[in-house]
Design a binder for this molecule. Structure first.
Ligand code: FAD
Length: 382
């Protein structure tokens, strides 16, 4: 049995920040991975989009501005700079390490934890937590621990682990996730840039975003799809449709004019979109239009051109579920059951931080910013 003042369960982004910002001496982190903050290596396509220039509640499922008034993106960047990490901001307002590798982030975290003398118990899985006096007893697959204060930073709630505690959580759903849909085979692996995507629930609720979409064999992916997927996660139903406007910068009249002009190309219909769209996209539009492929572009009627305009600006796909690459979990512990320092109101000396909270944000550094902010607030209050 090992004894600590503070034990943090989960050495991801939030758990590490919690330990780094805590002034206490007796701290341990238990994590089932073989490295601290290992998941960070996969973030931001290996570059770790650490935060964003524009942080506010409008990018999340709930109001968390009062936490950001205590520790925001600028304070996060200052914090990391002090432990050696230099970052830059790209043209979209996303911050990355100057090295463009997430390894730089995990390295400074590792160095910081080592310098602080935080004990790390890696490759060790937490199995259960029980109250013991005013503190807690933790059982792992290797050992037992007791502590005065415990921090849950495991990213995702495991009901088996918390069953002896007085904690309630909302159902977990994947969020920032690719969507399963009826994508025709020819579109697989095609990328379209600068498109507008609108996601509709069957109830009519809608969310839209603009950017890049990647068609997959069984669905759609890419940052824009991740962002609009949050509407399905929030309403806890992955049924509805996606409507893609392939040329959102064109009004209908301008698009009609442009296509009418293209009819003068004097080409067989299958070649009508050559030079405008990737051939798989052109084929998809023409197939949906059911225009006779033996025709020449010169013979396209006004109705047919209008039909093509409509398909180009309203390319729709049924949503039938989600793919298995979720970046975050939506749902978790309701912040209303925790005080302003994220301490449980019903379980004194128990704190939460990071994704385990019912807080989820859009792509762009928002989820890591919540991990840093909540980790810092808990760390400072321990
Ligand atoms: C592919 C991918 C890319 C992403 N890119 C970005 C990005 O660029 N920017 C951004 O803001 N967000 C990004 N995210 C989201 C971001 O990574 C998370 O929001 C963030 O890591 C949450 O931090 P956390 O500390 O709460 O949880 P985690 O980072 O998940 O850490 C939890 C830790 O707890 C450990 N653990 C869990 N259960 C147990 C147990 N029973 N016993 C012991 N240890 C346990 C886990 O091994 C893990 O190390 C991305 C996510 C993914 C999957």
């Amino acid at each position: 049995m090992k004894e600590y003042q503070i034990i943090i369960l989960g050495g991801g982004a939030s758990g590490s920040m919690c330990a780094l910002s805590c002034s206490q001496k007796s701290i341990a982190i238990i994590d089932n991975n073989n490295k601290i903050a290992k998941k960070l290596l996969a973030t931001g396509n290996g570059r770790c989009n650490i935060t964003n220039k524009n942080i506010s509640s409008k990018f999340y499922n709930r109001d968390i501005d009062h936490y950001y008034s205590r520790f925001d993106n600028e304070k996060t960047l200052d914090f990391f700079e002090k432990i050696g990490l230099v970052c830059y901001c790209d043209e979209d307002g996303r911050f990355y390490p100057l090295s463009n590798t997430a390894k730089s982030v995990t390295s400074v975290i590792e160095n910081g934890l080592q310098k602080k003398g935080v004990d790390l118990f890696l490759e060790e899985k937490v199995l259960s937590i029980e109250k013991e006096g005013n503190g807690y007893k933790i059982t792992t697959d290797k050992d037992c621990y007791v502590c005065n204060k415990i921090v849950l930073a495991m990213g995702k709630i495991d009901n088996e682990i918390i069953k002896n505690l007085d904690l309630k959580s909302s159902p977990l759903m994947p969020s920032l996730v690719g969507l399963k849909g009826d994508v025709s085979r020819g579109l697989a692996n095609i990328k379209v840039k600068n498109v507008l995507v609108r996601a509709y629930l069957n109830t009519g609720a809608c969310k839209q975003d603009k950017g890049e979409v990647l068609f997959k064999e069984n669905g759609l992916s890419g940052i824009v799809i991740f962002n609009v997927s949050t509407i399905f996660s929030r309403y806890k139903q992955f049924n509805g449709k996606l409507v893609i406007n392939l040329l959102p910068d064109f009004g209908v009249k301008d698009l009609y004019k442009m296509l009418k002009e293209r009819t003068k190309l004097d080409v067989p219909i299958p070649k009508f979109f050559d030079g405008l769209f990737a051939s798989a996209i052109g084929y998809e539009i023409l197939t949906r239009s059911k225009i006779d492929e033996n025709k020449n572009s010169l013979d396209l009627t006004k109705e047919e051109i209008l039909k093509l305009c409509d398909i180009i600006q309203n390319l729709d796909f049924k949503v039938k579920g989600y793919l298995d690459n979720a970046q975050v979990v939506s749902g978790g512990f309701d912040l209303n059951d925790f005080d302003e320092n994220l301490q449980s109101k019903r379980n004194p000396n128990l704190y939460i931080c990071g994704e385990i909270c019912d807080v989820d944000g859009e792509c762009g550094g928002y989820n890591l910013q919540w991990a840093w902010t909540s980790g810092f607030i808990v760390g400072q209050s321990l």
